[in-house]
Design a binder for this molecule. Sequence first.
Ligand code: 6R9
Length: 651
Amino acid sequence: MANESTGRIDNVMHEARVFPPTPEFQAKASISSLEQYQQMWDEAKANPPAFWDKIAKTELHWFEPYRKTLEWNEPFAKWFVDGKTNASYNCLDRHLSTSRRDKPAIIWEGEPGDTRTLTYAELHSEVCRFANGLKKLGIQQGDVVSIYMPMTPELAIAMLACARIGAIHSVIFAGFSAEAIADRNQDASARVVLTSDGAWRRGKELSLKATVDEALKKSPTVEKCVVLKRVGNDVEMQPDRDIWWHDLIESVNDDCPAEPFDSETALFILYTSGSTGKPKGIKHTTAGYNLFAKQTFEWVFDHRDDDIYWCTADCGWITGHSYVVYGPLSAGATCLMYEGAPNFPDEGRFWNLIEKYKVTILYTAPTAIRAFIKWGDEWVDKHDISSLRLLGTVGEGINPEAWMWYHEKIGASRCPIVDTWWQTETGGIMMSPLPGAIPTKPGSCTKPLPGVIPGIFDENNEPCEKNQGGKLTITHPWPGMLRGIWGDEARYKQQYWSTVPNCYLAGDNARLDDDGYYWIMGRIDDVINVSGHRLSTIEVESALITHPNVAESAVVGRPHDIKGQAIAAFVTLRDAEPSDELKAALKLHVRKEIGALAVPDDIRFTAVLPKTRSGKIMRRLLRDIASGKESLGDMSTLEDVASLSKLQEED
Ligand code: 6R9
């Protein structure tokens, strides 16, 4: 099967290199042989609930034990039924009676170079204080708190404070627009928004509060807005609504016992793009998610107590939830957190941070790796990054060339690379090498983790043969799985559980090779992946169409060297003539409607869009045009072939 969106399959189809873990790595790894992995995986497959039961008993704190591991009423799962736990307790309190009490939990560096370290005891105290602050605002279990903040310790503190008192956090990436915030506030009926006066990005102040002010004009459910002072710029504070973070916690103490919550208590909502225009609020609950994030963190990153672990993801994405906050903190890890851009003040910032903090594990995205390659080896060479022992990637497939550079240049041909496949919906990593056990192949996420049972199916829902690409599914529930789409049960069933009987549909194509290795082949739907960020083409189309001069639009992904995919928009106009000014105006419009990450790279004006006789936009054809391919496929169904030649003439 061809991967139309990235055109990378030809590379990975022929990839034959294999990199076994080095004996040095293996000697210290907690899972250190293929046999050991296989044994765990087989045991889990034979009886998944029994496997997870054994882990849950020791890895989480239970205020009250559960009476059953899994209640499966397809497609609704209840894990650890009637148990009582608290994710904030598992991340913090559990460590306080151990030697980890005074171990740094978060080492933070702001973009301007300011720093802050919080031990587990200090983080616990800050979380308790902020939780008491939220209580002062009347926030209770089940209330939704939107968080629109820069990567500061307070962002993690806010998430854990919500978890502590049963409030449901909905983190909105700080690059989203006022419209996008308002939509999310509205969909989740958020009662409070947490933000900051601003954020630093490449030396400039982003005015987050001003964006939130815009959003709150259209967020009738929001009563209060708490503002962290970060950059010290002027902001407008609305007296009855807005309150400074420091004022809120001034008169509260740090005594806030973690409340015991039922295992299935909602922990957070995180909005992500699906194949329609409306982002969906993916719902995760407490015990299963927490356990899965912790256990997968420990397996995949082979965590040791002396590690300095750095996941470069923003908490606005699922990777930041599971592998900046809940996974590593439950495991008692020391996490580096960085606020700003990788190229500020220069292109060596990441390597500078690794040298300065002696980072041992780096978890980042292929799009970042491709940018580093482009910036040049000299930025790496300026720094001593020999503290690294393990490297990870996430967000999209990594092309073998980028994998090799990461391996040789950053990993000194010594550090294993864990290419981790998973999704917002899966809660945690599903497929990845266990670094001490599974030999890696550049471009493959290798094998499923224990307790994860994938299946690949063809168009007739028959299991695929080896090397035959098909729909990737998960065939048995797992603890970290989403519990639904906020407020839309029908969409949850339809989207994930109605295509292949009794299986969770991931939305990706995949192929299994002769060695039992999985190769992800891109999406089966209209979701594109720009710099590791998920976007629906229809979402961008819906934004374009709200501009008064746009009659119709079609948006597709095309290959891009750094971003993986770039956004290409085809637009037909009304009441306007094509012009560069209009192109710029449309880009600005999308920025306003969704955010900078959704702004099309190319906009092409056309008289008509190519459509089939049934009226469907011929996206495949547009993808071919956008990527400059010559072969334009079967044109016999084109309603208006003239439009095609018109499109090709442009640019
Ligand atoms: C964690 C995260 C999920 C989609 C997923 C797939 C792509 C993520 C990947 C990968 C190939 C990997 N994806 N990791 N594709 N190899 N290692 O990114 O979640 O933002 O929900 O995106 O990203 O297409 O379906 P999310």
